[in-house]
Design a protein around this ligand. Structure first.
Ligand code: ADP
Ligand code: MG
Length: 321
C-alpha cells in the first residue's frame, strides 16, 4: 500500500502531547513557557554520507537525530520540552519509517521531550531536528563563562565514535565485540541532559563535544578570552581505544568528533559540587586541565612534556575526507 505524506505523518510522527499546548496537525505548535524561564533552542541538520553512513540502522539514526539536539540543550543546562522534525526522504518506506520513529520517539519519551511538528518532503535523505528547552533566566551554561583558574572537565569517555569511523574507513580493524561497542558509541550517543541540569550554578562554562575536544575547547577559550593547559593523557577513553597505538588514541580523543559528551569548566572551590553533580547524573567526569589567563592551548603529556598541537577539528567546508 502506497503511503502518502499525511498518512506517514499521522502514522509515524503524530503522538498525543502532554506538556505542549498543541502538537502536530495545525500550522503552528504551541508551547507553554513558565514565567521566569528562558526558551533555549537549537537545530541540527544530518545529511546522509556526511553525518551518518547509509549502513546505520534506522532506529539508531532516529535516536541520533534527537540525541545530538538534546546534547545541545544539555550543554546549556536547559530542560528539554519539545522538538520539531523535518525530513527529506527518497521514498516513504514503512520498514524504515517504523524503525526511525521508534528510535526517535523512545529517546524523546526518555527525556520527556515531545514531537510537536515538522515538515516532510521527498528528496535525498536529510533530517533536521529543531529543539526547545527551558532554563531559568540567567542560569544557562554558556561557552563564554570560563575564567582563569577553572578546572576543565569532560564527561564519559572520548574517542570511541572516531575509532568506529576509522574501522568503517578501513584504516583500523577491531575484533567483533569491540567493534559493536564503538559502533554503538558512534550511532547511539547518550546526551548528558541530567549532568547539564546538575551543573547549573556549579559550572562556569560548558559546551558539548561534537567536532573534537581540541576544537570545541578552543571555542570555549575564545568566547571566554582565556587560554588553558590540557593533560592529553588524562582524557578518559575506553579499554577498546586504550588498546590502540598511542597516536591513534590521541587522534580519537583529541580530535575525534561525534562524542556528545560535555566539556565544562568550574572553579577549584566547586570540586565537591562537581563530583556530586556527576554522581547525581550517573555519569563519570574527569578533570583534564586548567583555564589560564594567557591565550592559547598548551598541551602536556603525562610526564609534563609539552606537545605541539598537530590535530585539527572537523570543518564541513575545509575537510574533504
Ligand atoms: P504546512 O503546510 O503548514 O507546512 P504540513 O502540511 O507540512 O503543514 O504539515 C501538517 C502538520 O504535520 C503540521 O502540524 C506539521 O508540523 C506536521 N508535520 C509535518 N511533517 C512532520 C514530521 N516529519 N514530524 C512531525 N510533524 C510533522
Ligand atoms: Mg509543510
Amino acid at each position: 500500500m502506497a503511503l502518502g505524506e499525511f498518512d506517514l505523518i499521522a502514522r509515524y510522527f503524530t503522538r498525543p502531547v502532554r506538556r505542549a499546548a498543541l502538537g502536530v496537525g495545525d500550522d503552528c505548535a504551541l508551547l507553554r513557557i513558565e514565567p521566569g524561564m528562558q526558551l533555549a533552542t537549537s537545530a541540527d541538520l544530518l545529511v546522509e554520507g556526511r553525518h551518518f553512513l547509509s549502513t546505520v540502522a534506522p532506529d539508531r539514526l532516529g535516536h541520533k537525530a534527537l540525541a545530538v539536539n538534546l546534547s545541545d540543550l544539555a550543554a546549556c543546562g536547559a530542560r528539554p520540552l519539545a522538538f520539531t522534525l523535518s525530513l527529506a526522504l527518497p521514498q516513504a518506506e514503512a520498514a524504515w519509517l517504523e524503525g526511525f520513529s521508534r528510535g526517535l520517539l523512545a529517546l524523546a519519551e526518555a527525556h520527556g521531550c515531545e514531537l510537536v511538528g515538522g515538515d516532510t518532503t521527498r528528496g535525498p535523505l536529510a533530517i533536521n531536528v529543531s529543539i526547545f528547552g527551558e532554563v531559568p533566566a540567567g542560569q544557562a551554561l554558556l561557552r563564554s563563562g570560563a575564567r582563569p583558574g577553572d578546572d576543565i572537565y569532560v564527561s564519559g569517555r572520548l574517542g570511541d565514535a572516531r575509532l568506529a569511523l576509522e574501522v568503517f574507513r578501513g584504516a583500523v580493524s577491531l575484533p567483533g565485540e569491540a567493534f559493536d561497542r564503538v559502533r554503538l558509541a558512534m550511532e547511539c550517543p547518550q546526551p548528558r541532559v541530567a549532568l547539564g541540569l546538575a551543573l547549573r550554578g556549579v559550572a562556569h562554562s560548558a559546551i558539548d563535544l561534537s567536532d573534537g575536544l581540541l576544537g570545541d575547547l578552543g571555542h570555549v577559550l575564545q568566547r571566554s578570552g582565556c587560554g588553558a593547559h590540557l593533560d592529553v593523557d588524562a582524557v578518559p577513553r575506553s579499554d577498546d581505544l586504550a588498546a590502540q597505538p598511542l597516536a591513534l588514541q590521541r587522534l580519537c580523543t583529541l580530535a575525534g568528533g561525534d562524542d556528545y559528551e560535555l566539556l565544562f569548566t568550574a572553579p577549584a572551590a566547586k570540586r565537591e559540587a562537581v563530583a556530586q553533580a556527576a554522581r547525581a547524573a550517573g555519569v563519570p567526569v574527569t578533570r583534564i586541565g586548567q583555564v589560564e589567563p594567557e591565550p592559547g592551548l598548551r598541551l602536556v603529556d603525562a610526564s609534563g612534556q609539552a606537545l605541539s598541537n598537530i590535530w585539527t577539528s572537523f570543518d564541513h567546508f575545509l575537510d574533504h575526507s
